[in-house]
Write a protein of this length. Structure first.
Length: 112
Protein backbone atom coordinates (compact mmCIF):
# COMPACT_ATOMS: atom_id res chain seq x y z
CA UNK A 1 0.00 0.00 0.00
CA UNK A 2 1.34 3.42 -0.98
CA UNK A 3 1.24 6.30 1.48
CA UNK A 4 1.86 9.91 0.55
CA UNK A 5 2.04 12.96 2.75
CA UNK A 6 4.16 15.73 4.19
CA UNK A 7 6.82 15.57 6.86
CA UNK A 8 9.86 17.13 8.42
CA UNK A 9 13.08 15.53 7.18
CA UNK A 10 15.65 15.07 9.94
CA UNK A 11 18.39 12.87 8.48
CA UNK A 12 19.51 10.89 5.44
CA UNK A 13 22.05 8.15 6.15
CA UNK A 14 23.74 6.27 3.33
CA UNK A 15 24.74 2.62 3.72
CA UNK A 16 26.67 0.17 1.52
CA UNK A 17 24.97 -1.66 -1.38
CA UNK A 18 22.90 1.30 -2.67
CA UNK A 19 20.76 1.49 0.47
CA UNK A 20 19.98 4.42 2.71
CA UNK A 21 17.82 5.27 5.70
CA UNK A 22 15.66 8.39 5.86
CA UNK A 23 14.40 9.65 9.21
CA UNK A 24 11.45 12.03 9.24
CA UNK A 25 8.34 13.02 11.15
CA UNK A 26 5.15 12.74 9.10
CA UNK A 27 2.44 15.31 9.74
CA UNK A 28 -0.58 13.51 11.19
CA UNK A 29 -3.32 16.11 11.60
CA UNK A 30 -3.97 18.33 14.61
CA UNK A 31 -5.06 17.77 18.18
CA UNK A 32 -8.04 19.52 19.81
CA UNK A 33 -5.89 22.53 20.71
CA UNK A 34 -4.84 23.00 17.08
CA UNK A 35 -1.28 21.76 17.59
CA UNK A 36 0.19 19.65 14.76
CA UNK A 37 0.69 15.94 15.52
CA UNK A 38 3.68 14.07 14.09
CA UNK A 39 4.47 10.38 13.58
CA UNK A 40 8.16 9.45 13.56
CA UNK A 41 9.05 7.30 10.56
CA UNK A 42 12.24 5.57 9.42
CA UNK A 43 12.14 4.76 5.72
CA UNK A 44 14.59 2.65 3.78
CA UNK A 45 15.38 3.74 0.24
CA UNK A 46 17.23 2.35 -2.74
CA UNK A 47 19.62 5.07 -3.97
CA UNK A 48 19.14 4.03 -7.59
CA UNK A 49 15.33 3.94 -7.53
CA UNK A 50 14.16 6.65 -5.10
CA UNK A 51 13.19 9.83 -6.96
CA UNK A 52 14.65 13.07 -5.59
CA UNK A 53 16.81 11.47 -2.89
CA UNK A 54 20.15 13.07 -3.77
CA UNK A 55 18.68 16.52 -4.36
CA UNK A 56 16.85 16.54 -1.03
CA UNK A 57 19.91 15.23 0.83
CA UNK A 58 22.03 18.04 -0.65
CA UNK A 59 19.42 20.65 0.34
CA UNK A 60 19.20 19.25 3.89
CA UNK A 61 22.99 19.50 4.27
CA UNK A 62 22.86 23.13 3.13
CA UNK A 63 20.30 24.19 5.72
CA UNK A 64 21.86 22.08 8.50
CA UNK A 65 25.24 23.72 7.87
CA UNK A 66 23.61 26.95 9.06
CA UNK A 67 21.56 25.35 11.85
CA UNK A 68 22.34 21.73 12.84
CA UNK A 69 18.83 21.26 14.29
CA UNK A 70 17.03 22.43 11.13
CA UNK A 71 14.51 20.16 9.43
CA UNK A 72 13.22 20.32 5.88
CA UNK A 73 9.53 20.24 4.95
CA UNK A 74 9.11 17.49 2.35
CA UNK A 75 6.48 15.68 0.36
CA UNK A 76 7.02 11.92 0.48
CA UNK A 77 5.62 8.80 -1.10
CA UNK A 78 6.35 5.46 0.57
CA UNK A 79 5.27 1.85 0.49
CA UNK A 80 4.54 -0.51 3.38
CA UNK A 81 4.57 2.10 6.18
CA UNK A 82 1.37 0.95 7.86
CA UNK A 83 2.37 -2.71 7.90
CA UNK A 84 5.40 -2.43 10.21
CA UNK A 85 5.67 -0.53 13.47
CA UNK A 86 7.73 -0.88 16.63
CA UNK A 87 7.49 0.88 19.99
CA UNK A 88 10.65 2.84 20.81
CA UNK A 89 13.02 1.71 23.55
CA UNK A 90 11.99 4.67 25.73
CA UNK A 91 8.30 3.76 25.23
CA UNK A 92 7.49 7.37 24.25
CA UNK A 93 6.67 6.89 20.57
CA UNK A 94 6.15 4.34 17.82
CA UNK A 95 8.61 3.95 14.97
CA UNK A 96 7.10 3.11 11.59
CA UNK A 97 9.18 1.57 8.82
CA UNK A 98 8.72 1.38 5.06
CA UNK A 99 10.29 1.87 1.63
CA UNK A 100 10.68 5.42 0.35
CA UNK A 101 9.63 5.74 -3.31
CA UNK A 102 10.01 9.51 -3.84
CA UNK A 103 10.83 12.64 -1.86
CA UNK A 104 10.79 16.33 -2.75
CA UNK A 105 11.04 19.64 -0.94
CA UNK A 106 7.68 21.27 -0.20
CA UNK A 107 7.72 25.01 -0.84
CA UNK A 108 5.45 27.13 1.33
CA UNK A 109 3.17 29.56 -0.45
CA UNK A 110 3.64 33.24 0.31
CA UNK A 111 0.43 34.92 1.37
CA UNK A 112 1.47 38.32 0.02
Amino acid sequence: MYVSGFGLLERVGFKPNSKCEVKLSLIDGQDQAGKTNYVRVVLNANMDKCKGLFEIEKRLKEIQSLNPDAKLLCEVQARGVLSSARVSKCQNYVNFYGLLVSISEKKLKNNL
